[in-house]
Design a protein around this ligand. Sequence first.
Ligand code: ADP
Length: 494
Amino acid sequence: MEQSQIDTLRAMPVAPQQLLINGKAVPASDGGVMEVLSPIDGSVLTTMARGTKNDMDAAIAAAREAYEDGRWAKRSPAERKKVMIRWAELVEAHALELAVLGVRDNGTEINMALKAEPGSAAGTIRYYAEALDKIYGEIAPTADDVLALVHKEPVGVVGAIVPWNFPMMIGAWKLAPALAVGNSVVLKPAETASLSLIRLAELAHEAGLPPGVLNVVTGEGAVVGQAMGLSMDVDVLVFTGSGPTGRRLLEYSAQSNLKRVYLELGGKSPNIVFADAPDLDEAAKVAAMGIFRNSGQVCVAGSRLLVEASIHDEFVAAVGRAAETLRIGDPLDLANQVGAVNSEQQLLQNLSFVEKAIAEGGQIATGGNRVLQETGGYYMAPTVVTGVAPDATIAQKEIFGPVLGVTSFTTQEEAIRIANSTDYGLAAGVWTSNLSRAHHMVRAIRSGVIHVNTYGGSDGTVPLGGVGQSGNGHDKSLHALDKYMELKTAWIKL
Ligand code: ADP
């Protein structure tokens, strides 16, 4: 890919964006719009519809009608598969356009966005397209005078609320399995990263998805997201985002129709480096990328670095060197390795966490400040804070920014205790050459995934989900399909 191709795409104006309801682009019912700011330079990219409760209700009604008349749910698996494969192909064909649009909206460095956004979304859509005609029901082992069949049926209407860090990747994790098994979906993108998802949904229609099966309602979480949560007609709600919003969604469910709610709520993931790690230089580089890619706006980011005391100083120095060599800046410049923070509010919040860390006894080893302010964009230097106590605020609260807190430990037991000392449990990393220790750590750490001698690797074949306050349920892999299906038993007396 050439820089000139990116530059051509970034120069293209972005049309005002509308809601997508029943296959049609429509304005908000009260005509409301919101400005879309680019984190690259703070400029106004375009406007998008500020949906209302009425719009959300209309989208849910369209999804329900589409589900009930079977225009998608009752199509044969082979037909659904064809549409979804075509959708994946269109996403691949438009990959660069989607990636650049997404980066202009959310600030992720383009090299990463290309792989993680359209690349991953297309892969996910293809994965569930290929899986959808391999889902079988069961015949239960009953007594001979009975035939008991266990059917797997779509749940009906799925509501999906997604965040701004990887909108297409996370959006596809939810849309693809939900649609594959025949559900209708209403999608609510994040306020600061809606554009690429609107385009993704347009491509689904171009691929042949019938109108009403996938609807997109943009706007404020507290308005349209709440309306989705409180709806009596959404059967399953899937969410990736913050803990406080996750709690609200559970409350909305309790106040309405007891819809099933699946939450992916981020983490405070420990990356644990023992002195016997196979390659400390490599570990330092990977630890740096494990927190600084996408400016730390990654749910599985290794934001707590636990280092064995005997190598603490040299290892922290190596992480600092790795951090300082990262080129930060315009995320659409192929030479940059770290892009922009998604919004000014997020950047200011990151800086206030750093201040708090210092007030609580931490020392800044590198970074700690805003950079490139003259561009008008929202950039933050990769930041390493040492001397972080296990109970310090930055060791307990998810920052969702390029801030790494370092804590040293002396024994394996202490490392386990510190690693498990937060409310979260999404991801972890362990670096050691000792096979027994590696397996022991895998068993002892409470988290949905644990990386050994690497950090952050994954693909669509494995589930992603957390324990504790990192949430419940899993995205990715065949396990994700369970969220979008009901089991129904037919008990037949012979
Ligand atoms: P963050 O703080 O990282 O932006 P949020 O949890 O606020 O995380 O946002 C994730 C998604 O949740 C976004 O799409 C946002 O619009 C939505 N959201 C925010 N508040 C609510 C709410 N009260 N009800 C439903 N959705 C919400």
